[in-house]
Design a protein around this ligand. Structure first.
Ligand code: DX5
Ligand code: ZN
Length: 210
């Protein structure tokens, strides 16, 4: 199980210190928001460049933005190791997947809570990861929407059907209890923000999730 602490809940006044609190995590989840696709503004490529300068952890970049192709290259050049964009943000997801792959990074597609797994049927063969949102994207600290568990189960089954071993990632409201439900459904990557960083001991929270 890969645990990806979401720095959305970290201390933006001292991200270096926040990263030093989650050294055992293989991935760091970076939430990029543009104030259009979601009603919040967060991180740009300059921040990724800063993070890159003090960690070798995988920077798992979650683009919650309109027009992901306009910015994907800048994020990869800044140091993003993986790029995930939203199905709802583009007209031609396959084109976006192919163009991001050409930048040399694995590509993920994410769906908001109201989007069906079925919408992804024609593109599942081509992705490296599917990110199931278990809250409405935009803010940390929301409650887990249990419908996400069914989506994870569906995606687990579909791996065999489309013969593609993409990773399944879940994001939003993850704690010890919801993590267990997701694991039983077949999830590979757990994103957790407030559960990890709103604690005096982030490493023990990571251990808990494991
Ligand atoms: C929400 C973000 C999440 C967020 C999760 O739009 O994509 O990554 O940081 O935060 P928690 O774990 O607090 O729900
Ligand atoms: Zn996220």
């Amino acid at each position: 199980m890969i645990i990806a602490p979401s720095i959305l809940s970290a201390d933006f006044g001292n991200l270096q210190e926040s990263l030093s609190q989650v050294k055992s995590a293989k991935w760091i989840h970076v939430d990029v928001m543009d104030g259009h696709f979601v009603p919040n503004i967060t991180i740009g490529p300059v921040v990724v460049k800063g993070l890159r300068s003090y960690t070798d952890q995988v920077l798992d970049t979650h683009l919650m933005i309109d027009n992901p192709l306009q910015y994907a290259k800048a994020f990869v050049e800044a140091g993003s190791d993986r790029i995930t964009f939203h199905y709802e943000a583009v007209n031609d997801p396959l084109k976006v997947i192919r163009e991001i792959k050409q930048l040399g990074v694995p590509v993920g597609i994410s769906i908001k809570p109201k989007t069906d797994v079925k919408s992804l049927l024609t593109i599942l063969e081509d992705v490296d990861l599917v990110l199931v949102m278990s809250v409405e994207p935009g803010f940390g600290g929301q409650s887990f929407m249990p419908e996400a568990v069914e989506k994870i189960k569906e995606l687990t089954t579909l791996k065999k059907v489309v013969k593609n071993n993409y990773l399944i990632e879940v994001d939003g409201g993850i704690n010890k209890n919801t993590a267990k439900l997701c694991k039983e459904a077949g999830v590979d990557v757990l994103v957790a923000g407030s559960y990890i960083f709103n604690s005096p001991n982030p490493e023990s929270q990571i251990e808990d999730l494991r």
